[in-house]
Design a protein around this ligand. Structure first.
Ligand code: NAD
Ligand code: MG
Length: 387
């Protein structure tokens, strides 16, 4: 039996992970499940899967969680420290699927124990990629990408010489507002931006898909995870979301990864790695698919992409600032304090101000620096939005 924990178990990735492991009750011993607000869902899954402990990030919900788990034998815990401690519990495989930079600390803690970390939480790579990879190397831990594009690249690279990679291309659907006239984008509501044409995901990443901040994050994620320079990474709009990524090799071969838009593929690949096993995802019928479209993203529609390129060149603490400013801008948009089209300018102004003040310089990252930059960038984003 493999011991596994799921951080962010109540979310979209967490629930898809549970769907896969629940199909093989003899295969997995569930250690920790974590969530934030949704205590009822967390408790129900923890009891059903026989977890050792259920942890809610929300310290005020401990009593609710205890009540929901009463008599089940599942331990209840709450708060940020309990979340980090849950990552200390021995496990063979840990899913990192908390949304936002809140996923960084539990992920780093898990890596210290030499575990295999299935990383859906792209924010931790964007804000602290070098730190995460160094921690994994120091403790002999393995990080497996769960973002669909990065899983696709990872699969295309199996058995290949990384030195022969000319370019990595990640695809994006262009999001729910792709076909809106540019001049109407400023009117988009969180509900309109939060509808995705192909993927069923959490609300935040769905809105980030519409602005392509998600793809911007993924460009940085590609640079950090695969150690490629910015000019070797590109993105292309592919409305059908069937080709997830492509790798161009030195001999001109372009290897593409195709599959139905179902995150259980990338999650299942990480769960079964290095083997491939049956997964309950739809198979593509290419004759029915008939046609695959691609086009370049328009810079004016997706300014987040240029910001990501700047971050990729700038390095240092710019990824931490970018991610936090983006998270804060998204919160402001969700609160209807700024418009959809204000998010990128807010992030740009935060990056400019922090760069001018010398706040992005760092020869080597530390967790304290990253967390400080995260707080600073959020505060600046909120202040800029008020002016
Ligand atoms: P979601 O919003 O559906 O779920 C987020 C999870 O994190 C929930 O369990 C929630 O309770 C928990 N959480 C939220 N705030 C927290 C906090 N402050 N501290 C601790 N826990 C907290 O999100 P999701 O769509 O499942 O995405 C999870 C991660 O996976 C994100 O980093 C996202 O970018 C990435 N990802 C998601 C998809 C997808 O298809 N949903 C695809 C690729 C990558
Ligand atoms: Mg993705």
């Amino acid at each position: 039996m493999r011991r596994i924990s799921i951080f962010g178990a109540t979310g979209s990735i967490g629930q898809n992970t549970i769907d896969l492991i629940a199909r093989d009750p003899e295969g997995y011993d569930v250690v920790a499940l974590t969530g934030a607000g949704n205590v009822a869902r967390l408790a129900e899954d923890a009891v059903r899967l026989g977890a050792e402990v259920a942890v809610t990030a929300d310290a005020d919900r401990l009593d609710d969680l205890r009540t929901a788990l009463a008599g089940s034998g599942v331990e209840a815990a709450a708060g940020a420290d309990a979340l980090a401690e849950a990552a200390d519990r021995p496990a063979d495989w840990i899913m990192s699927a908390i949304v936002g930079s809140a996923g960084l600390v539990p992920g780093l803690r898990a890596l210290r124990h030499g575990t295999t970390l299935a990383l859906a939480n792209k924010e931790s790579l964007v804000c602290a990629g070098p730190l995460l990879l160094a921690e994994a190397a120091r403790h002999g831990a393995t990080i497996l990408p769960v973002d669909s594009e990065h899983s696709a690249v990872f699969q295309a690279l199996v058995g290949e010489d990384r030195a022969a990679v000319e370019q990595v291309i990640i695809t994006g659907s262009g999001g729910g507002l792709r076909d809106w006239p540019l001049e109407r984008l400023s009117e988009a509501t969180p509900e309109e931006a939060g509808t995705h044409p192909n993927w069923d995901m959490g609300q935040r990443i769905t809105i980030d898909s519409a602005s392509m901040f998600n793809k911007a994050m993924e460009l940085i994620e590609t640079k950090e995870f695969f150690g490629l320079p910015a000019e070797r990474i590109d993105t292309v709009i592919h409305p059908q979301s069937l080709v997830h990524a492509l790798v161009q090799f030195a001999d001109g071969a372009l290897m593409a990864h195709l599959g139905a838009p179902d995150m259980r593929h990338a999650i299942g690949y990480a769960l079964n790695w290095p083997e491939r096993r049956h997964l309950p995802v739809d198979r593509l019928d290419l004759a029915r698919v008939a046609c695959l479209d691609f086009h370049s993203p328009e810079a004016a529609r997706y300014p987040a992409l240029d910001l990501a390129r700047w971050v990729m060149r700038r390095g240092g603490l710019s990824g931490a600032a970018f991610n936090a400013a983006k998270e804060a801008a998204l919160d402001l948009f969700l609160d209807r304090a700024i418009r959809f089209t204000d998010m990128a300018p807010v992030v740009e102004q935060v990056l400019e101000a922090m760069d001018r003040a010398g706040c992005l310089d760092a020869a080597e990252l530390s967790l304290d620096m990253v967390l400080q930059t995260d707080r600073d960038a959020r505060a600046r984003a909120r202040a800029i939005a008020q002016t």
